[in-house]
Write a protein that binds this ligand. Structure first.
Ligand code: NAP
Length: 234
């Protein structure tokens, strides 16, 4: 989900490079999603773009139905789409709460619910893109931090709930990564003195490699785990 930009786009490219046929989901950035698909196709991979807002159950149902139609089967779900906006205590609103929780939490719950219907009897894999903020809890981001705490609880719960069906569920929890979203928010300023003097701002591809591992049989003995990926100590 949310593969038109940033970490999601890198995950789509990396999974395709490993031989997966990929559904590149976007909600509004169709052109960007088509570019990701074109890049994958040019490199000899298989992908297609599928629009849909993962806060909405009807859209999620349509995304999965279309993906099954085009790709034939479903083995891996990466719940990546997410938003983050500052909400210092005085600026917390119902609107900000629902906007964050509808995408970052409800979207993960509903997309996972739908994926499980499509996984074969052999099982499947769900990887949730959480965040280091779930543990680090930076000030001014209480609403966002809470959504990622919830994602980690969902990861652990579904891992136990779905283990009998051979479905593994894990989280990867990045630190700061340079993406369209973090640029727009003013969080990441690569190639400036402020940026990665300490090597703390990562590239999306570094997270994509971890997702590819968690989606592959090489990680078959890892389930219900939360993996911090910060390039440094937490
Ligand atoms: P980004 O650059 O802002 O990209 C967000 C992606 O999500 C876009 O492809 C966007 O597609 C999609 N999206 C937004 N709303 C959607 C919706 N309702 N339905 C479907 N897709 C939707 O974000 P990012 O920085 O790559 O972050 C991706 C994930 O990593 C998020 O879950 C974020 O919390 C997590 N994360 C990021 C960082 C970081 O430093 N970047 C660190 C830790 C965790 P459209 O443009 O088409 O809407």
């Amino acid at each position: 989900t949310g593969a038109s930009k940033g970490i999601g786009a890198a995950i789509a490219r990396t999974l395709a490079a490993h031989g997966a046929a990929v559904a590149v989901n976007y909600s509004s950035s169709r052109e960007a999603a088509e570019k990701v698909v074109a890049g994958i196709t040019a490199a000899g991979g298989k992908a297609f773009a599928v629009g849909g807002d993962v806060t909405k159950k009807a859209d999620i149902e349509a995304i999965f139905a279309k993906s099954k139609e085009v790709l034939g089967r479903l083995d891996i779900l990466v719940n990546n789409a997410g938003i983050y906006a500052p909400t210092p205590i005085g600026a917390i609103t119902e609107e900000a709460f629902h906007r964050h929780f509808n995408l970052n939490v409800l979207g993960v719950l509903l997309a996972s619910q739908e994926a499980v219907k499509y996984f074969s009897t052999e099982g499947g894999v769900i990887v949730n893109v959480s965040s280091v903020v779930a543990a680090f809890c930076p000030p001014g981001l209480s609403v966002y931090n809470a959504t990622k705490g919830a994602v980690d609880s969902i990861t652990r719960t579904f891992a136990r709930e779905l283990a009998g069906r051979n479905i593994r569920v894990n989280s990867v929890n990045p630190g700061l990564i340079a993406t369209e979203g973090t640029h727009a928010a003013g969080f990441a300023k690569p190639n400036t003195e402020e940026s990665s003097a300490l090597g703390l701002i990562g590239e999306p591809a570094a997270i994509a490699d971890i997702v590819a591992f968690l989606a592959s049989p090489d990680s078959r003995w890892i389930n219900g785990q939360v993996h911090y990926a910060t390039g440094d100590l937490l």
